[in-house]
Design a protein around this ligand. Structure first.
Ligand code: AMP
Ligand code: MG
Length: 339
């Protein structure tokens, strides 16, 4: 009897081990790109894939950090012109395209302004109006050229990938996982969410949209094979001595942190880099210009958006309306149609 029990438990143990790679999620939580990242991968080879994703994101962080003296962006910002890797050149070109499409609301050459405010170091100051006027002269994406893999900036200009790097990293992560045959994963790079496939049980991933005014979520997006990226001043800000709160997203025209009717802007699209770039751009543009951009969008990949306004509205474009469930009943839901 005892022997039989032993054989049975050994068999069960074997079965469990054999099944384990299919059922268990491999989770990695780590710090990169100035934020906390979490990657959960399900399926065969999940552990190895999760490690590979973490390593790749760390590598991209080393390439794109503005403060790391060994990064390509640092080299470019120090010399004004540098030969960079393929992935860096591609991201510069992408950011420049969205800068154009957003009328300069997203501008990767914002760094001189951002640095002076102290958003990269945490040593915050409120620059004077004259200084900001001088610094905004240095912000102009149209003066950046990319020839082959050589990026050249105008005199005194500097690049920052803060608005696009996490989205690009999420696309890379998804690519690595899909190429390895992973059909279910959740990638959360500091609020830049990318979903690979659906949950292991086949249902969609439920992604909370943060309440920009406090704790918790205002609602949930149900997504599969799709990214959702939110921008808002609440993510990173400082309070000056006079009590004024300054957020980390800068209006390139004025050099001041954005202060419009928006509390947050979420972009939904399978393309994570597009989501990241547009969430920042749309937050700068404000509701009306954002709606115009969405209506006239003729990019290869489409997007949807969810805007939360200070006036208590949750404005969602029609393509995402069915994916979104609003739980904060103090907000009024408005669906925007393309035509
Ligand atoms: P996100 O959280 O994706 O909206 O990106 C915000 C980050 O992008 C900031 O922390 C800055 O590093 C950078 N940034 C701020 N304002 C702009 C802007 N108008 N265009 C491009 N990058 C910006
Ligand atoms: Mg962004």
């Amino acid at each position: 009897m005892r022997k039989r029990l032993l054989v049975l438990s050994a068999a069960l143990c074997l079965m469990f081990t054999a099944c384990k790679p299919y059922d268990t999620g491999a989770e990695r939580d780590f710090y990169a790109m100035n934020t906390i990242m979490s990657v959960t991968v399900y399926g065969r080879g999940a552990e190895t894939c999760a490690d590979e994703v973490q390593q790749r994101i760390n590598k991209l962080d080393k390439l794109w950090s503005v403060t790391d003296e060994g990064s390509e962006i640092y080299a470019l910002n120090s010399s004004g012109s540098a030969a960079v890797s393929e992935e860096t050149a591609e991201l510069v070109k992408f950011a420049l395209r969205i800068a154009d499409r957003s009328g300069g609301a997203l501008d990767p050459t914002i760094y001189p302004v951002l640095k002076t405010w102290g958003f990269t170091t945490g040593e915050y100051t409120v620059p004077g109006a004259d200084e900001l006027a001088r610094l905004t002269e240095l912000v102009d994406h149209q003066k950046v050229t990319v020839s082959g893999n050589t990026v050249t900036l105008g005199e005194g200009m500097m690049l920052d990938f803060g608005a696009v790097a996490k989205g690009a990293a999420s696309d890379e992560a998804a690519r690595i996982l899909r190429e390895s045959g992973i059909q279910s994963a959740l990638i959360n790079l500091g609020g830049n969410v990318m979903t690979v496939g659906s949950k292991p049980d086949g249902s969609k991933w439920r992604i909370g949209v943060k309440d920009p005014t406090g704790e918790g979520n205002i609602g949930v997006l149900s997504l599969s094979d799709c990214a959702a990226v939110t921008s808002g001043a609440y993510e990173r800000y400082f309070q000056a001595e006079d009590g004024t709160v300054y957020g980390h997203i800068i209006d390139p025209e004025s050099g001041y942190p954005v202060d419009n009717e928006l509390l947050s802007a979420t972009i939904i699209s399978p393309n994570g880099t597009l989501c990241d770039a547009l969430s920042t751009a749309v937050f700068v543009m404000g509701t009306d210009k954002a709606e115009e951009l969405w209506r006239s969008w003729d990019g290869e990949e489409d997007f949807d958006m969810l805007l939360i306004t200070k006036g208590g509205e949750a404005i969602i474009t029609e393509g995402a309306a069915e994916l979104f469930s609003l739980s904060n009943k103090s907000l009024t839901l408005k669906v925007v149609e393309r035509q």
